[in-house]
Design a protein around this ligand. Structure first.
Ligand SMILES: [Zn+2]
Length: 97
């Protein structure tokens, strides 16, 4: 199979829509709910635009959405940490599901 050469037409940045994982598939946008769990607390971002590869399982957000969600998760994480009793193990990560 030839390498993907797809780009967003009319976009100044000519952002690649090729899958960075398999480099063969094309990333197509679709809408889904994103769910994150941190220390048992669930955070859901509803109706987010996700780019998904049509060949492998790769999924990605746009840079803007990624930044926005990353920030929201940091704020949420601080709020959850504040509500935890002292001595609670702080080494935990978000798990995307
Ligand atoms: Zn792919």
């Amino acid at each position: 199979m030839a390498k993907c050469k797809s780009t967003i037409k009319g976009d100044d940045k000519k952002e690649q829509l090729c899958c960075p994982l398999c480099e063969k598939g094309i990333l197509k946008p679709y809408i889904k709910d994103l769910k994150f769990t941190y220390r048992g607390h669930k955070t859901t971002f509803k109706q987010e635009k996700v780019f998904s590869c049509n060949v492998c399982d790769f999924e990605n957000l746009s840079k803007e959405d990624n930044k926005r969600i990353e920030r929201a998760l940091i704020v949420r994480r601080f709020a959850i940490d504040d509500s935890q009793p002292r001595g609670y193990n702080a080494k935990q990560n978000f798990h995307s599901s």
